[in-house]
Each structure stands twice: as C-alpha cells, then as structure tokens.
Design a protein. Structure first.
Lengths: 527, 212
C-alpha cells in the first residue's frame, strides 16, 4: 500500500470543492438572477393585476351599461351590472333575451355600421325593459381587435327623451298659438320666432332669427317706443302695452305686447320673452262699434230734438198763409216771405235730421245705377268749374240694384259735391261704375259683409285728402270741415244711412295731397 | 465501505421511480423520459450492488452504462428545453460522446479498470449540457423558475457531475494509492447521488409544462 501523497488528496478535495463551488455558485447566480427577473415579473404581474382590478371595478361600477357580444348571433359574452339593471334583468339569460328583443331595424343598422366601419356612435334605440316598460338607449359600440366581438356601451336616455318630447310638445303648442312669441337677447337680437310670429309679420323663422327686433318690426316713428320698452324691461323686468309694428309687406299693425325678462342658460344671461297679439282688427271693430253707438245716440237725440222743432216750426209755417190773407199792408209781404222761407228751411232741416234719426226706408225698385249716375252728372256737371276734369268710367253693361231712385241720387249728389269742394283749385274727378263679386278688400273693410255680387260706384277726387284724425269722424252727423254756413255736416251721415238702408257699404280711402276715393257697394240684383 | 450510506443511496434511487410511477398519468414527455432515466439509474445501482454481493466484477457495467446515461440525460433535456439551438447542442454532444466512447472502447478500454477517461468526459459533457439548458431556461423562463422540472433536473446533473468529475477521474489512482481515499471518493459520489435523486424527485413532482 502506497502512502498517499498530500498533493493528490489536496487536488481531489480542492478540485471537487472548487467544481462544486462553481456549480453551486452558478446555480445561485442563476437563481438570484431569476429571482430578480421573477420579482420584476411579479411586480409587473401585480401591476397588471391591479390594472385589471381597476378596469374590472370600472366595468362593474360603471353607470353606463357595458356589454360584449358576438355580432353574428348577438350572443352576450360579458356584461356589467349596470346593463342588467338597465333592462331590469337578474341573470345573463334574461339579458340575452332582452338584447335579442331589441328592435329588428335597430339591430340591422348596428350590424351594418359595425361591419362597414367597425364602430357605431350614439345611435338611439327605442327598446323595452324586461317588464315591458319603454326605454330609450344611447348605443355606441366598436369591434374589438383581440376577439372580433362587439363591445357596446348603452346609456339610459329615457328621461332625456321624455324631456325632449315635453319641450317639443311645448314648442308645438307655442307654434299653435296665434300670438307671436319672440325671444330676444339683451341687445334685442331675435333668438326665437314661433309660427304665430311668422304668420303675424310675414317673416319666416330663418329670416328673423339673428336679426334685430327693432330694425325688423319698428318704423323710425315707432323706434322710441321700442327702446322705451327695452329700457322698462331692463329696469322693471316686464312691460305691457300696445305697439304699432311693421309687417314684412310694409303694412302697419297694432299689437298688444307683453314683455317679460327671463334669464337664459347657465350664465343667466338676459333675454326677453315677448308675446304679441295682433289687435288691429279688434281695435278697428271696437272703434266701429263705439262710433255706431255714438251715432245711434246722436240719432236718438237729434231725432227727439228734430221732432220737437218740427212741432214748433209746423204752426209757424201753417200760420203764414193765414197772416198773408189778414195783412193788407204790402210792406209786410217781404217779412212774411222771409219768415215763410226760414220756416220752410227749418222744416227741411228738421226733415233731414228726422230722416237720419229714424232711418231711411223709401221705395225699393229695380233700377240701373249707371242711369242714376248719368242723371246726377247731368245736373251736377254744368255747375262745376272748368278746372275740374270730370271723367266717367262705365263698361256699358247695366248695373242693376234694388233701391230708391231719389235716395241714391241724393247719395251720389252729396259725394260729387264733396269731391268738387275738395278741389277748389281744380283737378280730376273720376266716376266709375262696375259690377263685381265681393272681394278681400270689402271683407277686410266690412267683415260682416255678405258674399255675393255688388255694384260698386267709385268717386275719386285728386284733392287735398282727409287728415287721419278726421277720417273716422266724417260720417258723424254735424261733423264738417267746411266754413260755418257752408254745410250742415249731415251729408255724409245721411249718405251712409241711405247706403246702409240698401244693405250696402260705403268705404273711404284718402291720401293727403293725393285725393280721396269713396266707394259705394250696393248688392247687385239680377237683370 | 459505509453500508448505511450505500443503502441510503439505493433507497434514494427508488424514490424518484416510485414518485414518477405514481404521477405517470399526469406526466409530459420530458417527465416520462426522466422517469426512464431514474429507473435506469436505479436498475444500474441495483445490478451493481447485486453483482458486488455476488463478488462479480461490476466495472464493465459502470463503464458501459455511461454513454447510455448521457444519452438519456440529453433526451430528457431535449424534451424539456424549448430552444432549438440547445437541442442541437445536446444532440451533438451526445453523439460526439458516443462516438468517442466507441473508439475508446475499441482501442483503449481496459475492462479490469474503471474507465476514468470516459467517466470524466461524460461528466464534462453532462456539465456542459446542464449549464446550457439551465442558461437557456433562465432566459426563456416566464414563470416561477423553481416550479419547472428542467431546473431541478439540470441542477441535479450539474451538481452531481461537478462533484464527481475529479472523483471519477482519479478513481484508479486513488485505489492504487490508498483504499480509504477511494472509499471517501465513492462516498462523495454517493452523497451527491442522493442529492441528485432528490432533485430528480422534485423535478417529477413539478406540474407538467407541456401537454401530456
């Protein structure tokens, strides 16, 4: 047996230990490296897990319903609590049924959009919940890249739709009203213009919105009223009153206007709600009614006075022939003549007043108005100045009415005399007779007028015209613009009375310095 | 010889086999190959022990088992590793070793002695292969490293091969110098073999990494 050399032992032990150390070291290094990698991976994994948890929390706690489904069969793959609550479903099976119960046209539209572009945005669906209650959904979806499923978000907009419907209904109601409902901002710029305003002013909504109310509806004369109303609303929050406004066609209308300050939007900016009612016709009718009442009262009063005067004047007139027989003094004859003349004039005047007060009946016969016009012209024409150009316009066909010959002559004569007196410096006097069916101008002027055929006599002068303030009074008895002693003021009122007793109408149009036109409408009778 | 240690080694070689057989249904190909390897190791140990009891020379078995063991280790690694390059390396190493072993067997082999040349070479090749697969696994691993069977098998091979490299290489010299030293060397070998068997067992207990 050899004695082992220390070298070999040392080599064996040291070498083996060295190799093992290397091996173990290598493994330790690898494990350490792996641990670091694993820790990093673990951290990453943890982050992913947290992120997943966050997203899951978002998914689960989202107020909006989130759903993932296959586009082919609408099979629900994933859904959150909100969508189940939206459809009032307790389980996935019920939710699946609810999804399949979405309207066919909506599903087709969604499917087409998703297939074509991969997404659909804010599509409104009218659906129903599981218990049958109606439901409006705002649907947005896209196709996911990973699994080619449709991922959709649904939001319940039922309340919003109901609110919109309510607003729409209110808007429709505003459009239904005859009144003009207008909203302007603090600078008077129109923001809202309803259908009533379109009808009242002739401006369409598109034309009106964005324009200044003052410039659109108020003439220069009325501008101050507009600015005053604006100022009142700014100061006192509201204003009520009447304004004269201008339509698109230039015609002026009278409106009863209510202005109310409102605050619009989140910024509470100033806006004014204006509600206008067209009272032009109402005021005109009221005026007519008041005038009619006034004239009726005058007629009653004057009739009574005239009756008493007649009773007073009649004995005077009857006594004059008796006095004439008893008085032999020739010098008394002129005095008696004067008394007789005055009494006769007084009686005639009283007769006229009585005619107005009692109304005119007369004898109705079938007569041609053209013939009457010609008769009157025959009497009237020689008496007018040569500076007046008298023109007669008739088409030759007879224009028959049922009326009193003398009364109609009186009417025409009154009007001719007035026309002549309106042209002291000369001018043109047009007389026209025509037969025409009742038209808008007649209905507009006299809403109570019956439809049918009318004989219209127009007497137009080119005189100085009638001032606005006198136009409504010209038919009043005793109203005259002539000098004292030149006229009684009964001519036009009696003419109107005669025409009205013939179931006709008398209208007047006058423009200052251009002239006046009287138009007599008499119901035509058959030939 | 320390018989207790020998019995522990023999017993330890059964542990991975029993565990492998118990988990056979849930094992992937790599694990099944590992089961074959540990079963072969166990058989080789048992046969060697029986031969020694019968006073029959068992050195030839030890010598001839080396290429088989190395090839089986390469196969196990090949099934478990994912890198194609490493697979090619494993194939090259095992083929190269087998060819060298055949040449050595024809021209240099002495059946009466432990072939320490080829023993050392087999350990060196095993060390290379285990380092390669462990490195590859470290780079490719995406899960917990210690839950992967390749780690335990590779570690077992690396530790065992490193620890026994010089023991096997100097085995003949040691037996000629002093019998106690030889016994000490073999006790080191057995100790590391026990560790390797336990690591194999742990490898077999890991969850399968690929479909069964």
């Amino acid at each position: 047996m050899q004695t082992p050399t220390p070298d070999i032992i040392w080599v064996l032990v040291a070498g083996t230990l060295l190799l093992l150390t290397f091996a173990v070291g290598y493994i330790v290094v690898m494990l350490s490296s792996h641990r670091r990698v694993t820790e990093a991976q673990q951290a990453k994994f943890e982050e992913v897990r947290r992120s997943e948890e966050r997203y899951k929390s978002l998914f689960d706690n989202s107020v909006a319903g989130i759903i993932k489904f296959s586009l082919e069969h609408w099979t629900v793959v994933e859904s959150n609590e909100a969508i189940r609550s939206l459809f009032r479903c307790t389980g996935n099976e019920e939710l699946q049924n609810s999804i399949l119960n979405l309207p066919e046209h909506a599903r087709e539209a969604i499917q087409q959009s998703l297939q074509a572009s991969g997404f659909i945005s804010e599509y409104e669906i009218h659906a129903s919940r599981r218990d049958g209650e109606e439901l409006w959904l705002l649907f947005s979806a896209k196709i996911t890249r990973e699994d080619h499923l449709a991922q959709a978000v649904m939001v319940d907009i039922t309340k919003r739709k109901q609110f919109e419907e309510k607003i729409r209904e209110q808007g429709t109601l505003l459009d239904q009203t005859q009144d003009a409902v207008v909203v302007v901002d603090g600078h008077g710029i129109i923001e809202y213009w309803n259908s009533g305003a379109e009808l009242m002013y002739g401006w369409s909504r598109l034309d009106a919105v964005g324009r200044a109310l003052g410039a659109l509806l108020y003439s220069d004369v009325q501008w101050e009223n507009f600015t005053a109303a604006m100022e009142d609303v700014r100061q006192y929050d509201e204003w009520n009153g009447e304004h004269r406004q201008r339509r698109k066609d230039g015609k002026e209308i009278l409106v009863e206007s209510r202005w109310k300050r409102i605050e619009k939007g989140a910024g509470k900016r100033l806006a004014i709600l204006i509600v206008n009612s067209d009272v032009t016709e109402k005021r005109r009718l009221e005026s007519q009614f008041i005038r009619a009442q006034k004239m009726e009262s005058i007629a009653l009063l004057t009739g009574g006075i005239a009756h008493d005067l007649q009773n007073i004047l009649a004995p005077v007139a009857m006594s004059i022939p008796l006095l004439r027989k008893k008085l032999s003094d020739e010098s008394a004859t002129p005095i008696l003549n004067t008394v007789e003349e005055s009494a006769r004039s007084g009686l005639e005047l009283v007769q006229k007043i009585l005619t107005y007060g009692r109304g005119i009946s007369g004898q109705r016969v079938h007569l041609d108005v053209i013939q009457i016009v010609d008769e009157v012209l025959e009497i009237f024409a020689p008496g007018i100045a040569s500076t007046i150009d008298l023109r007669r316009h008739v088409n030759g066909k007879p224009c028959f009415v049922s009326g009193d010959h003398n009364q109609l002559k009186q009417v025409l004569l009154n009007l001719f005399v007035n026309a002549r007196d309106a042209m002291p410096s000369g001018g043109v006097l047009d007389v026209a007779v025509e037969r025409r069916d009742s038209d808008e101008s007649l209905i507009e002027e006299f809403p109570e007028a019956e439809s049918g055929s009318y004989v219209i006599v127009s007497i137009r002068d080119s005189g100085k015209g009638i001032p606005d303030e006198n136009r409504d009074r010209i038919f009043e008895p005793f109203f005259t613009t002539k000098e004292r002693g030149e006229g009684t003021g009964l001519g036009l009122s009696i003419a109107q009375g005669i025409v009205q007793s013939h179931r006709g109408y008398i209208a007047v149009k006058s423009v200052i310095d251009q002239g006046t036109t009287f138009r007599i409408y008499l119901p035509a009778s058959s030939e | 010889m320390n018989l207790f240690l020998l019995y522990v080694v023999l017993a330890s070689s059964f542990v991975p086999v029993i565990v492998g057989l118990m988990r056979y249904k849930n094992m992937d190909k790599g694990a099944k190959a590992l089961l074959i390897l540990v079963a072969a190791n166990c058989c080789q140990m048992m046969i060697s022990y029986v031969l020694s009891l019968m006073k029959i020379h068992n050195l030839e078995l030890l010598n001839d088992y080396r290429p088989l063991e190395l090839v089986m280790i390469a196969v196990v690694f090949g099934f478990m590793v994912e890198s194609r390059f490493i697979r090619k390396l494993l194939l090259s190493c095992s083929i190269g070793y087998v060819l060298i072993w055949i040449a050595d067997k024809i021209y240099l082999d002495d059946p009466t002695q432990l072939n320490s040349r080829m023993a050392m070479l087999s350990r060196i090749v095993a060390i290379i292969m285990s380092i390669a697969v462990l490195y590859s696994e470290t780079k490719a691993s995406s899960g917990l490293f210690t839950e992967r069977p390749l780690f335990w098998v590779g570690t077992a091979v690396l530790l065992y091969s490193s620890g026994t490299l010089l023991v096997l290489g100097l085995s003949n010299q040691l037996i000629n110098l002093q019998r106690e030293l030889f016994i000490l060397a073999w006790q080191i070998n057995w100790t590391l073999l026990i560790v390797a068997n336990l690591f194999y067992t742990k490898g077999l207990l890991c969850k399968p990494q690929r479909p069964t």
